[in-house]
Design a binder for this molecule. Sequence first.
Ligand SMILES: Nc1nc2c(ncn2[C@@H]2O[C@H](COP(=O)(O)OP(=O)(O)OP(=O)(O)O)[C@@H](O)[C@H]2O)c(=O)[nH]1
Length: 384
Amino acid sequence: MDYTIVAVVIFVVAVLVVGGAFLIRPRRSQAPDEDREGGAATAVAEPREREDETADAAAGTTAVQEAPAAPEVETPPPSAGRLVRLRARLARSQNVFGQGLLSLLSSDQLDEDAWEEIEDTLVTADVGVTAAAQIVESLRTKVKVLGTRTSADIRALLRTELLAQINPELDRVVHTEPRGESPAVVLVVGVNGTGKTTSCGKLARVLVGDGRSVVLGAADTFRAAAADQLETWGGRVGAPVVRRDEGADPASVAFDAVSRGIEDAADAVIVDTAGRLHTKTGLMDELGKVKRVVEKRSQVDEVLLVLDATTGQNGLRQARVFAEVVNITGIVLTKLDGTAKGGIVIQVQRELGVPVKLVGLGEGPDDLAPFDPEGFVDAILEAA
Ligand SMILES: Nc1nc2c(ncn2[C@@H]2O[C@H](COP(=O)(O)OP(=O)(O)OP(=O)(O)O)[C@@H](O)[C@H]2O)c(=O)[nH]1
């Protein structure tokens, strides 16, 4: 009898153990499912299949950072008239460059020394030697014709000359209109530290403020902080940020960002690129590849070069290298608020043959303004 009870107990325990094993099995089978999900996420990075080199570097999965919850999303102001609103930020250029020239031109005796000083003032303000000589020559002729001159005459003359050099006819539209199903693609290039990442974030705000939807691509994968920075900017205006692990292939991230923009039917995709000026060939390879890979999904509508206005000739040298490597369509001139050398607008356009489209006038989120030649010259020549 006792043996029978023991046998029954052993049987029940055996049944429980076998049943338990079956119950546990389905949980284990979740692992392959997770793997499959992981596979689906990385499959977004199509360029790795299409471009062999890209595959090697694409080790991490693409992380698409969703915008934070709705209450945190801001509505930035529209961009129209920003330069006029921010004109006080040009005070340094106004005092040194604008007022300096106006007072020199108002002196009774405009002799050789005076004209030389005018030319020096223009060169010091980074207008560039050739443009400075042209402005002086033209002013000399016009002042002679004018005879006696009031301060209003002087201001009008200088305004005309500076405007002519800046060339109001250039197309300064930042092309961010979607084409059918495809979002506009804007590549942002430039040396690190010029305000490139900040400008991407500010441009996203400009576009969102103007009623557009934006996807940001953190293709500057050499500095994790740049992607974090971009994420903060994107989060504030509800723009998703496509990023990868530090060191991943920038071209792959750019491709993913454009893909995400197409999926989301976004109006524009802004891609922040790495700007290491290690060697010209290295830069050419890097940016060339980003552009080439992006173009497998969409045309590139703008290549904006970010330039720090306070870096003068050094900045121009960097700009020249970028211009040789990629076809720049517009310039973003940052930190114009921190310099008396507003004349750089003239020189950089002349050197690169590309219009200044946006100007940075401060560290605030809405301190990026569409460049308007008349508003700029009027601000420079405004009575202090
Ligand atoms: N005063 C002023 N500061 C600016 C302007 N634009 C950017 N900055 C500041 O310049 C610094 C550098 O900006 P970043 O955007 O980090 O520069 P970056 O070129 O992206 O550099 P990486 O992130 O290293 O690629 C930051 O402190 C910005 O706030 C501007 O128009 N005016």
